[in-house]
Design a binder for this molecule. Structure first.
Ligand SMILES: N[C@@H](CCC(=O)N[C@@H](CS)C(=O)NCC(=O)O)C(=O)O
Length: 217
């Protein structure tokens, strides 16, 4: 690596980190990627973000951005060739991310880890989560993406969580009456930038060679 780059602490399977990586990819920005093991977080990460979640982006001036939504918006505000923020002024983007992060994620965690939450059955948790999915299905009846026929920041922000929900039990998900949502998700799973976002990296340790994300192809 010749020039210093912002550093992204990331975890491949984390949906919040996927959101951040997708934002960087759509923005066409490069970072130094440091893959984190959640059970053994590097002290360098804890030093800059004591709340100790990923993703965390540290800019060259030392600024730390430690919320995935903020990393996504930071990246797209710097460079947005596909116009993902065209609809950002619309409160709909913020509201979709809020519903995803606050409400849907709550039911998604319980649906996925129902054995740790015996208050309700797995099916009941799934049905609670489906309330959000039904809204997405309805939106996708009006256009190819969540806010119309063009990709918006809302698609990138929400997609990794819908993916996680679907992958709890793929057969059940694809048997649900949400054809628009299933098509939208399949499109994302095959999207070249999503495939790039899901590249595998060895856990980072101080002194390891820098890994540039995205890799040059
Ligand atoms: N609000 C944060 C949430 C990030 C988050 O919770 N990430 C999880 C991984 S998916 C995490 O780092 N959890 C801490 C841990 O498991 O130790 C964001 O949007 O970036």
């Amino acid at each position: 690596m010749t020039e210093p780059l912002p550093v992204l602490y990331s975890f491949r399977r984390c949906p919040y980190a996927m959101r951040a990586r997708l934002g960087l990819l759509f923005a066409g920005l490069s970072v130094e990627l440091r893959e984190v093991v959640l059970k053994d977080k590097p002290p360098q990460l804890l030093a800059i973000s004591p709340k100790a979640t990923v993703p965390v982006l540290q800019l060259l001036d030392g600024t730390v951005i430690d919320e995935s939504r903020d990393i996504l918006l930071w990246a797209l505000r710097r460079s947005d060739p596909d116009g993902l923020l065209a609809a950002e002024r619309s409160p709909q983007v913020d509201e979709l991310i809020r519903q995803n992060d606050v409400e849907f994620k709550h039911w998604l965690d319980r649906y996925k880890y129902f054995d740790r939450h015996p208050a309700m059955t797995q099916r009941e948790y799934r049905e609670r989560g489906e309330v959000f999915l039904q809204q997405l299905e309805h939106r996708l009846g009006d256009g190819r993406f969540l806010l119309g026929d063009d990709i918006s920041a809302a698609d990138i922000a929400v997609m990794p969580f819908v993916r996680q929900f679907a992958h709890v039990d793929r057969d059940t998900f694809y048997a649900l009456p949400y054809p628009n949502l299933q098509k939208w998700l399949k499109g994302w799973l095959e999207h070249p930038l999503f495939l790039l976002a899901m590249g595998k990296y060895k856990p980072w340790r101080k002194g390891a060679a820098s890994v540039v994300f995205p890799p040059s192809i």
